[in-house]
Design a protein around this ligand. Structure first.
Ligand code: PGA
Length: 255
């Protein structure tokens, strides 16, 4: 299936940034900047505390809401956690799962990622499953082994229909927040590897339909050349999503 059959998906991961009032201001400005954009799925992922306010701002707009994490249980004695039904209730369509910062600093594993993915899907949330190698893993020639481990573990025992609701985000850890973007060729190579892996793990048809985002220092200056790669279907944007103008320019990568 041609890339043209996969709707481009550009998501802004705000990480630990923005108070409620700042989030409202950013989203209001973004909404105005992207009002005429068609054919690109636009997503913002504010921190939990700003989800409700941002959800109000984007009602009836072309912007969709994502959370940055979710817990695998629906409710109960799990102090500090937020569940999939809660995220659905506040207006989320997507949830980022297994971001490298969660793997590095908060003990996220392939197993916990897989449980969270299943919880999200059970409540109609679309998981954005993050995978990516560390610099030392790339330098040791282990990129494909690490990606295979993350993808295989993250999507373990999902049905084909469930897989079709997932987005994979390839984020080389050495490119996140460092200003060192993967070259378009490096991104394409790994995206192509992931698509081949999905064909093996599921089917060629599923593999051809799943969207694979690139993340790691995506900016207005490099978005179009990354998006021009045949297997790059979108971007997961950190730093450059914190200002409406730069994120809107990335969303308009093909204009
Ligand atoms: P960055 O972050 O764009 O600031 O590199 C990307 C991400 O971590 O999703």
């Amino acid at each position: 299936m041609e890339r043209t059959m996969r709707t481009p998906i550009i998501a802004g991961n705000w990480k630990l940034n923005k108070t409620v009032s700042e989030a409202i201001a950013l989203t209001t400005a973004l909404k105005a900047s992207v009002v005429d954009v068609n054919g690109v799925e636009i997503i913002v992922a504010p921190p939990f505390t700003a989800l409700a306010a941002v959800s109000d701002v984007i009602t009836d707009s072309n912007i969709r809401l994502s959370a940055q994490d979710v817990y695998s249980e629906d409710s109960g004695a799990f102090t500090g956690e937020v569940s999939a039904p809660m995220l659905k209730d506040v207006g989320c369509d997507y949830v980022i799962i297994g971001h490298s910062e969660r793997r590095q600093y908060f003990g996220e594993t392939n197993e916990s990622v897989n449980q969270k993915v299943k919880a999200a899907l059970a409540h109609g949330l679309k998981p954005i499953i993050c995978v990516g190698e560390l610099l030392e893993e790339r330098e040791a020639g282990r990129t494909e082994a690490v990606i295979e481990d993350h993808v295989t573990g993250g999507i373990a025992s999902l049905a084909a229909a469930e897989l079709l609701s997932c987005v994979i985000a390839y984020e080389p850890v050495w490119a996140i927040g460092t200003g060192k973007t993967a070259t378009p060729d490096q991104a394409q190579e790994v995206h192509n590897f992931i698509r081949g892996l999905l064909a093996k793990l599921s089917s060629a048809e599923v593999a051809s339909q799943i969207r694979i985002q690139y993340g790691g220092s995506v900016k207005p200056e490099n978005a179009s050349e990354l998006m021009a790669q045949p297997d790059v279907d979108g971007a997961l944007v950190g730093g450059a999503s914190l200002e409406a103008e730069s994120f809107a320019q990335i969303v308009k990568f093909d204009s």
